[in-house]
Design a protein around this ligand. Structure first.
Ligand code: DP6
Length: 323
């Protein structure tokens, strides 16, 4: 008897970034990271366990490419964790925001997938096992299972404890994350490829890894103390250092577009004028701005006045099974 279950998950934006793997097979990070889960952006995924044949439908279209293979591999691992073989499955997944544009669609995608797969299969894995499965699908996904402020530690050598852990829930602190949408199309270089290439060729990569643990320690303290200026400074610094390591790769990994630099400049100028906003960027040209609720309208006006498109996100809750 086929069983269908649906789960939803929000993406997350890393304030202290993950960029590089110490173990590619287990998908273990070279650095700890810390993120904010953001709403209302959302992935909705339905898994039918025990269908006639495997099928993956991605944003309304059948997918037989590498994304579909990774999705089905995650369900294979889910079944294997209980010592079972996986039956054919249908996976229907859709994002209500741009996919693969550096807006963390793989994070919300794999978080929703493991929850829906777990519910549909009845295998009933414990949350930490699901968080490890999400990590193996896409590292940042392990942070999207939790709401609010989430830390992903490097963990033991085998990685059983390397997964997202909540530092504070969404309602701990009412901040805003502005998304400056510079490009909505898929990025030119995927994050896995970009980080592997940076690791292999950038002379700045060891420096990036060395500074990360202290940044996460300080960011966690700033979150708990609700100290936005301190957290903002670490956030912007972590993103710029991650991109510096990419720019020094050979050949360079350059995700920036002219509007990326324009947005950074506006945020820095606004800061001098007293508006507290701090920028971060991921594997794509879009800029996100961490700010207080009170400064969000002023920063939005400044960015829009330069012709940039801005959406406002708020702290989001945990991933959950809905149907
Ligand atoms: C720049 O989690 O997409 O967004 O584990 O290879 O799937 P894989 O990478 P992914 O990388 C995210 C990189 C980042 C920073 C971050 O989210 O921490």
């Amino acid at each position: 008897m086929p069983m269908s279950r649906t789960a939803v998950a929000h993406p997350n934006i890393a304030l202290c970034k993950y960029w590089g793997k110490r173990d590619a097979e287990l998908n273990l990070p070279s650095t700890p990271s810390l993120s904010l889960t953001v709403a209302p952006f959302r992935t909705r995924t339905t898994v039918t366990w025990g269908a006639d044949a495997d099928q993956v439908v991605f944003n309304g279209a059948a997918n037989t490419g590498s994304e579909a293979r990774k999705i089905l591999l995650t369900l294979d691992r889910l079944a294997a964790a209980r010592g079972e073989a996986r039956p054919p499955c249908v996976v229907e997944t859709a994002n209500d925001f741009p996919t693969a544009a550096g807006l963390a669609s793989s994070a919300s995608g794999f978080a929703a997938l493991v929850l829906a797969g777990n519910a549909a299969s009845g295998l009933d894995l414990v949350p930490s096992a699901l968080a490890v499965l999400a990590r193996r699908g896409s590292g940042s996904a392990t942070r999207s299972l939790q709401g609010g402020w989430v830390e992903w530690a490097m963990g033991d050598p085998d990685g059983a404890d390397s997964h997202g852990v909540q530092v504070a829930p969404a309602d701990h602190w009412d901040v805003r994350m502005l998304v400056v949408l510079v490009r909505s199309g898929p990025k030119e270089i995927g994050s896995t490829e970009g980080m592997n290439h940076t690791m292999q060729t950038s002379p700045y990569y060891p420096a990036w890894v060395a500074q990360a643990p202290a940044d996460v320690e300080e960011a966690r303290a700033a979150v708990l103390a609700r100290d936005l200026e301190r957290l903002g400074r670490i956030t912007e610094r972590s993103a710029l250092r991650m991109h510096a390591s990419m720019l020094a790769a050979d050949p360079a990994v350059v995700y920036w577009k002219p509007e990326t630099v324009l947005a950074l400049e506006i945020v820095r100028t606004a800061r001098k004028a007293g508006l507290g906003g701090w920028a971060t960027m991921d594997a794509g040209p879009n800029v996100k701005v961490l700010c207080g609720a009170g400064d969000a309208p002023g920063l939005t006006d400044a960015l829009q006045a330069a012709g940039l498109s801005v959406q406002t996100l708020v702290p989001g809750g945990p991933a959950c099974v809905t149907e």
